[in-house]
Design a protein around this ligand. Structure first.
Ligand SMILES: Nc1nc2c(c(=O)[nH]1)N[C@H]1C(S)=C(S)[C@@H](COP(=O)(O)OP(=O)(O)OC[C@H]3O[C@@H](n4cnc5c(=O)[nH]c(N)nc54)[C@H](O)[C@@H]3O)O[C@H]1N2
Ligand SMILES: Nc1nc2c(c(=O)[nH]1)N[C@H]1C(S)=C(S)[C@@H](COP(=O)(O)OP(=O)(O)OC[C@H]3O[C@@H](n4cnc5c(=O)[nH]c(N)nc54)[C@H](O)[C@@H]3O)O[C@H]1N2
Ligand code: SF4
Ligand SMILES: [Mo]
Length: 707
């Protein structure tokens, strides 16, 4: 077949780099950065280049598989969809509707069509046992936005291209390429910030790649960011520097904030955070003095013991320094698809704590329970117990805390279906695997991440590769399943799912997106975007608070967050664990599922435990030695790397490894399996306010393994 060049976007992480793809319609020959993309300007990382290998991967599934007598065998689509619908409906008939659980993973959030048709399947199932990767990622961010700005997807982002001062807590954009901050080539953006005389400060228990670039880096004890941020606010008030400026009339409850942070002067929290009081006071002064500044946190502030309060206080620091909704500060985008509007239209308007999970009483958020509940809800007998599971684009065995427990629990389910492109650590437990098109085989428009972009941009790409005959698009699977489940269940409740399924099938993903683009603030359409194959720049972020909120005020002191401050104060008296575990991301790895691309797993081993020389010395450990990493829930063995890059008392290990499970079909990954850190992270260790997992700051023990 003739070789041709087309333009698309990378869907592996949130940066959305433009790609120039050489292909023959079926096979990708090479991938480069698209120099004409106005947003990413040719930037691409090793994963984007390796997308070619994932796209062509011989291990990717090419048609549905059903387990027969313990072995997977090919099955036709009609038979497969009927089987899934019949078995799920049957479990619900016998055990009640909550007996079927669903889990949506990270790649589903990168697919506009999966987002648009998620609720269709949910209507058909009508279960309260819904889960997603959000509770191991952004739940505290969603909850903060829900409480402060009235909508969970009304999320401010750092205006990195114009700011004068960037304070980053618990994020490593040099490696992650930005999260809840879509900013391709973030490295270039950070260097330009420094080039124009701006300052970059990083607060992280690890001297990360971003910290290496920064003007200043401070180690912080894991889980203590909320104390540090409260102390920053305290210092701002104490020195008369807190001044929301023109924001003031838009705030509700601001007068309460000085009293709320009164128990947290910098001197009082210094021992717990590890940050000297004079440093906190100086940073407060610098933040206030900078013409524009922004304080931003991600995984390190979100998935930890005080994730919600830390995220909330991040926003308050931006309010106190007058940087909310100000160019160079903490700004809301004007994306071509209005995110809060789309969420409401899809029936996903935010909600919190309308009901609680059966076993541990975790609160619901926008119809979902936190992932921390999944294992116990499967294992604990009684009415409402989960008996069947549908997983879409997720790998909970490797991605969720206490993955080992899930691995065992999934094996005991009555029925499980995985909508996935691989037979992997999770889908090997399924009775049925439904493989979807992947990457360049379907159209791209990242509805969510374009809403979190640091410039207003819109980018739609057509499918570059032909749809392989054995595969269906994700949305086709969702609507077809909804319709068939509706039919199998019968009754008035299921009718809704059935009708929505039929409607969805009739409209299709592209027309649904087109409608949202036309309704959006830029009045775009798929046709207009198709004429801009490199993407469309819609200009810098603009102040939007007045337009977004109308007469509603920003509720800066929501009761639930305020109430959690007493738990935070108690943290000051708690004796710290001797050794705690934090996470780490590496450039050639994206969560759990890129390790079957040969170019991403070549070279040195990456699943290694970083440990400070003091802690290693105490235990007689040297670099390269194998060590046992142990917690309340489990133990793994990994090589150690002794380094001053982590602070004393902290060890760091990346997640997404552990490809040694029997029955998976990942031939490249299995050669360098690594071990899964989530066999050690603890499902019961959560942010008590939201139920979001605390993957960082897990108390652990490390010992050398005699070999
Ligand atoms: N310890 C620790 N654990 C973590 C984290 C951490 O920092 N530390 N990070 C957490 C975060 S932020 C996240 S987002 C989660 C991710 O958690 P998950 O979303 O559960 O896991 P992923 O590794 O992203 O797995 C994605 C799955 O989707 C499949 N897939 C890929 N593309 C497609 C597609 O186009 N269609 C379909 N149908 N399937 C596809 C892959 O084969 C894989 O099985 O992990 C979390 N886990
Ligand atoms: N290369 C690569 N890129 C990715 C991904 C990937 O797997 N690989 N995953 C994508 C996904 S799903 C996401 S959500 C984003 C995440 O994007 P980021 O949040 O930017 O990435 P992380 O590397 O998880 O950064 C978390 C940082 O928090 C620090 N940390 C841990 N505990 C604490 C704490 O208590 N306080 C503070 N202040 N810091 C702490 C860690 O040392 C780490 O440096 O990355 C995305 N991009
Ligand atoms: S930075 Fe993210 S979007 Fe860009 S090429 Fe790499 S994985 Fe793809
Ligand atoms: Mo994530």
């Amino acid at each position: 077949m003739a070789t041709r060049t087309d333009y698309a976007q990378c869907m592996l992480c949130e940066a959305l780099c433009g790609l120039e793809v050489e292909h023959d319609g079926a096979t990708v020959h090479s991938i480069r950065g698209d120099a004409e993309d106005p947003f990413s300007r040719g930037h691409v990382c090793p994963k984007g280049v390796a997308l070619a290998e994932l796209q062509n991967d011989p291990d990717r599934l090419r048609g549905p598989l059903a387990k027969v007598g313990g072995r997977f065998e090919p099955i036709g689509w009609d038979a497969a969809l009927d089987l899934a619908a019949r078995r799920l409906a049957d479990v619900q008939r016998r055990h009640g509707r909550d007996a079927v659980a669903t889990y949506f993973g990270n790649p589903a959030a990168h697919s506009y069509s999966a987002i648009l048709f998620y609720q269709t399947l949910m209507d058909a199932l009508g279960t309260r046992n819904r889960y997603s990767a959000s509770s191991v990622d952004t739940l505290p961010r969603f909850l903060t936005s829900y409480e402060l700005y009235g909508n969970q997807v009304q999320i401010p982002v750092p205006d990195v291209d114009r700011t004068d001062y960037f304070l980053i807590l618990g994020a490593n954009p040099m490696v992650s390429n930005g999260s809840a901050m879509t900013a391709p080539d973030v490295a270039g953006r950070l260097r330009r910030l420094q080039g124009r005389g701006g300052k970059l400060v990083v607060v992280d228990p690890r001297r990360t790649e971003t910290a290496e670039l920064a003007d200043e880096h401070h180690f912080i004890r894991p889980g203590s960011d909320a104390l540090f941020l409260a102390a920053l606010l305290h210092a701002l008030f104490a020195e008369g520097l807190a001044s929301p400026g023109p924001l003031l009339p838009r705030l509700e409850g601001w007068e309460r904030v000085p009293g709320l942070v009164a128990p947290f002067p910098p001197e009082r929290v210094a021992a717990a955070t590890g940050i000297p009081a004079e440093v906190t006071r100086r940073l407060a002064r610098e933040l206030a003095a900078a013409p524009t500044a922004v304080c931003y946190g991600r995984m390190g502030t979100s998935v930890q013991e005080f994730g919600s309060v830390a995220t909330w206080l991040t926003d308050l620091v931006n309010v106190a320094t007058g940087n909310l909704d100000r160019p160079g500060g903490w700004m809301f985008g004007t994306p071509a698809v209005d995110l809060p509007g789309a969420a409401r239209l899809l029936g996903l308007a935010g909600s919190f704590d309308r009901w609680r999970s059966r076993v541990s009483g975790y609160p619901e958020f926008t119809g979902e329970f936190p992932a921390a509940a999944l294992g116990e809800e499967i294992e604990t007998p009684g009415e409402g117990r989960i008996r069947a599971l549908l997983v879409m684009a997720g790998n909970p065995v490797l991605s969720l805390p206490n993955g080992g427990r899930l691995d065992r629990a999934f094996a005991g389910l009555e029925f499980m279906v995985s909508i996935d492109i691989y037979l992997n650590e999770t889908s090997r437990h399924a009775d049925l695997i439904l493989p979807t098109t992947f990457g360049l085989e379907h159209e791209q428009y990242s509805i969510l991440n374009l809403g979190l972009a640091v410039r207003n941009v819109a980018h739609w790409s057509p499918a570059v590769l032909a749809k392989p005959p054995g595969l269906r698009h994700d949305w086709e699977v969702l609507v077809e399943l909804a319709e068939r489940i509706g039919r199998a269940k019968g009754g008035i409740e299921a009718l809704k799912g059935r009708l929505r399924g039929a409607l969805g099938r009739g409209i299709g993903a592209r027309r649904a997106l087109d409608l949202l683009l036309r309704l959006g603030p830029h009045r775009l359409s798929v046709a207009k975007l198709a004429r801009a194959p490199h993407g469309l720049d819609l200009g810098p972020l603009e102040p939007r608070l007045a337009a977004l909120m109308g007469r509603r005020k920003v509720r800066v002191a929501p009761e639930r967050f305020v109430a959690d401050l007493s738990r935070l104060e108690r943290r000051l008296a708690a004796a710290p664990a001797e050794l705690v575990l934090v996470g780490r991301r590496t450039l050639r790895s994206n969560n759990s599922w890129n390790h079957n691309a040969p170019r991403l797993v070549s070279g040195r081993e990456r699943c290694v435990l970083e440990m400070h020389p003091r802690d290693a010395g105490l235990r007689g450990i040297e670099s390269g030695q194998r060590v046992a990493l142990k917690s309340r829930v489990g133990q793994i063995v990994v090589p150690a790397l002794v380094t001053e890059a982590v602070m004393p008392g902290v060890v760091s290990l990346p997640h997404g490894w552990g490809h040694d499970k029997a029955g998976a079909r990942l031939r490249v990954a299995a050669k360098r399996p690594g071990a899964s850190v989530n066999d050690v992270t603890d499902d019961a260790f959560v942010d008590a306010l939201s139920g979001a997992s605390s993957l960082n700051g897990v108390p652990v023990e490390v010992a050398r393994v005699e070999s």
